[in-house]
Design a protein. Structure first.
Length: 197
């Protein structure tokens, strides 16, 4: 099988997206990717991230590919869960201390860093609107994050997220209260839940 055919097969199986790292793991040189890009057979979404030109780009997945230790956080997590009705203009990601990250200054991203033991709490994955799996915090952890006093989300976002959670069938209130104790927002979470449930 020709290297280009391997790439097209990979694109078909992976939502139209391939990274230089992914190509390398199949024994395909990143030079082939660059050549396909130069001939209009691929589009470059970000450094080392390419997509089928017929596919729509997925900014969130591209950020995850570039910043693999990052976990989508706060309002971005709410958006991924469909709990708020607007697309964030800036994506929020959390990283473990002392992780050194590098990102282009023009990337629409706000970076947070946390002690490793807090960074790991509630970590899971979900799909982007483009169908790619990315790292995100679970819903219960996200609700605690948006009401923490440091860099808290706006009142309308909090209200919308809490109402959305109250309507969900798969709530884990025990988990929510456990996180609330860890992140020191127990009183506020309890007030919201008493009003809404």
């Amino acid at each position: 099988m020709k290297q280009q055919d391997k790439i097209f097969e990979y694109l078909n199986k992976n939502g139209g997206q391939i990274t230089a790292k992914g190509a390398n793991s199949m024994g395909v040189s990143s030079r082939i990717l660059r050549n396909m890009y130069a001939h209009g057979q691929l589009e470059r979404l970000a450094p080392g991230v390419y997509i089928d030109p017929l596919e729509f780009g997925d900014d969130i997945a591209a950020l995850q590919y570039n910043l693999s230790k990052g976990v989508f956080f706060k309002d971005t997590a709410l958006f991924l869960y469909g709990m708020i009705d607007r697309t964030p203009s800036t994506y929020e990601m959390n990283f473990p201390l002392p992780y050194a990250y590098s990102t282009k200054k023009d990337a629409p991203i706000k970076i947070y860093r946390q002690k490793k033991e807090l960074y790991e709490i509630g970590m899971t994955t979900t799909k982007t609107p483009g169908g790619h799996l990315v790292n995100v915090y679970d819903v219960e952890r996200t609700l605690c994050d948006i009401i923490r006093t440091r860099d808290r989300s706006d009142a309308e976002t909090i209200k919308q997220a809490m109402n959305s959670y109250a309507r969900q069938k798969k709530k884990n209130l025990r988990q929510l209260m456990a996180y609330a104790r860890i992140f020191k927002v127990e009183d506020e979470i309890r007030k919201y839940m008493e009003v809404l449930l």
